[in-house]
Design a protein around this ligand. Structure first.
Ligand SMILES: Nc1ncnc2c1ncn2[C@@H]1O[C@H](COP(=O)(O)OP(=O)(O)OP(=O)(O)O)[C@@H](O)[C@H]1O
Length: 310
């Protein structure tokens, strides 16, 4: 059973259709990426899932029942893009205050805060004030506050913005672990490399509408251009074509070819082997999510014609 199911959600601001008939569902334990360019409607969608806004139309089902923000909110952790921390309060006191608001007892909250501060290397921050934290440091604090009460559904708006690679990896590891323990994670981002690395499933939103959703690997297969990159032991005549493939790009002994319909990678290999040409590298080029995103959102072609791995 899906943990979250959105059905025909709509949200309009005056004349702006911020979210326009979006449906998808998310299974428990999944890491789900919500993607889209600036202004696509991601934040508006997340605000409906977290009960900040009511949808104008459509329904949200959470854990098998109609979403009831007042009661369900305790089981949801939301890290918004704009940080809502109290600047003058000490970090330790702030974490305690917010943990108590989420329903944890004082000893429970203390144990959890200590656990998370240790995991994210924040022990020495206890008496610092929020206004003395860097952007990345307050991002880590906000993450801890979001997951502290072990919510069933964790929603992170741009969780890696402002984090250096070491801290981004630290947070990434926690996300994997939380999903393994059964939490469901939704995060929104523009950073496609992270999505490819982390997400089981994605939805791409553009101009308020869902343009694409599914498993990352299935989507990359669906948008492939039947291209292969090849490195040979010698240079061959420019623009080689055969009944098996056409050359798309060639530089010295490297080439990118598009395979003809009905042919397989083995046919390409056979073509060269029959001529006693050694194939030193051979691989299919699948488009990255970034390329698919650019193609769908901007209507321009992907840049898969350059050499990727050789
Ligand atoms: N309070 C508001 N009043 C009127 N229009 C709004 C309001 N909030 C958002 N919008 C509009 O709704 C659309 C969707 O905005 P939203 O903030 O949901 O996008 P987003 O995908 O989160 O963008 P970003 O990646 O830039 O944060 C945009 O066109 C935006 O201008």
């Amino acid at each position: 059973m899906a943990i979250l199911e959105l059905s025909h959600l709509k949200k309009y601001y005056a004349t702006q259709k911020a979210v326009d008939d979006v449906s998808f569902s998310i299974e428990p334990g999944q890491i789900f990426g919500l993607l889209g360019p600036n202004g696509a409607g991601k934040t508006t969608l997340l605000r409906m899932i977290t009960g900040i806004f009511y949808p104008d139309e459509g329904t949200i089902t959470f854990d098998g029942k109609k979403f009831d923000p007042e009661n369900d909110i305790q089981r949801i952790g939301y890290m918004p893009e704009e940080r809502g921390l109290y600047k003058k309060m000490k970090i330790g006191d702030q974490a305690m205050f917010l943990a108590r608001l989420k329903g944890l007892s004082q000893p429970e909250a203390m144990a959890k805060i200590k656990y998370w501060f240790e995991r994210l290397e924040m022990q020495s921050w206890w008496d610092k004030k929020v206004e003395d934290l860097s952007k990345g440091m307050s991002q880590k604090l906000q993450f801890v506050i979001t997951v502290l009460h072990e919510p069933k559904l964790i929603i992170l708006d741009e969780p890696f913005s402002g984090l250096d690679p070491v801290n981004a990896n630290l947070i990434k590891d926690q996300i994997f672990e939380l999903a393994q323990k059964g939490s469901t994670i939704i995060f929104s981002t523009h950073r496609m490399e992270q999505v490819e690395e982390i997400c089981d499933q994605i939805a791409l939103i553009n101009l308020g509408k869902k343009v694409l959703d599914g498993k990352v690997e299935d989507i990359r297969q669906q948008y492939k251009e039947h291209l292969y990159e090849i490195k040979l032991d010698r240079e061959i005549a420019a623009g080689a074509t055969s009944s098996v493939f056409e050359t798309v790009n060639q530089a010295g002994n490297k080439m990118i070819v598009r395979i003809n319909e009905g042919r397989t990678g083995n046919d390409i290999l056979r073509y060269f082997l029959d001529q006693n040409i050694e194939v030193q590298h051979f691989g299919e080029i699948l488009p990255s999510l970034n390329e698919i995103f650019i193609r769908l959102v901007h209507g321009t072609n992907a840049v898969t014609r350059s050499f990727h791995n050789i």
